[in-house]
Design a protein around this ligand. Sequence first.
Ligand SMILES: [Zn+2]
Length: 258
Amino acid sequence: MIPPRLEAKLRATCRKAVYYGFRHKCPFCGSSLRAFLPFGFEFTVLKEMKVAGGGYRPNALCPVCSSLDRERLVYLFLLHKTDIFERPGRLLHVAPEARLAEIFRTTENLDYLTADISAKTAMVEMDITNIQFPDASFDVIICNHVLEHIIDDGKAMSELHRTLKPGGMAILQVPVSQALKDTYEDFEITDKAEREEVFGQGDHVRIYSSAGYQHKLARAGFKVNAFNWIAEPGSFGGKRNLFGLSEQEPVFLVRKYG
Ligand SMILES: [Zn+2]
């Protein structure tokens, strides 16, 4: 019997050797890789609607630590475009991604809290449309790939805004269509297979358009910024895409006016 932690370590070492190369590097586990692995659903609608941050990507998953392209993008953005790792602050991480959570947990300046609809995967159970924390509780909120699952996303956005301190910031990633002019949603569609066909995932309730998403965030009171790493690739692995990021995926950084 090999203890599970040792087994995981051995598996990672083995994968590091199998995928070793110079084309890519994972910013989480530091592995030098010849390739990342494919990941994501292949539903036609995702391709037709040119959905960034979702759908099938050939170069998405780290074979060693299982980080995804979208997780690596958020990490690099926080590292190079914010002062989150230097400034003391209270961070709420909703639906926490494992690799990011590991980094935040071990960052001494952060007072770190994770929350999810089920407490199994986080420190506290939380309904994002009815957050149990008082106004102005957090300096930073990170809530990725949640809002596209929530019917009352306007209420969720206003709750995120309410619990953020004035001047505080949030990263709120969702998949966005680069083909749609307006967000497409239909709450009558509840069947999993039908949702897969029209939204590209069985538990999504809409496909945001990039403009529609940003307008909705602005209506909730946020100052919205969409950052495209490919416009300034320097700290993001350069044009050769060292870190295996999606070239289409923007980072949505919002701030509460302070
Ligand atoms: Zn990795």
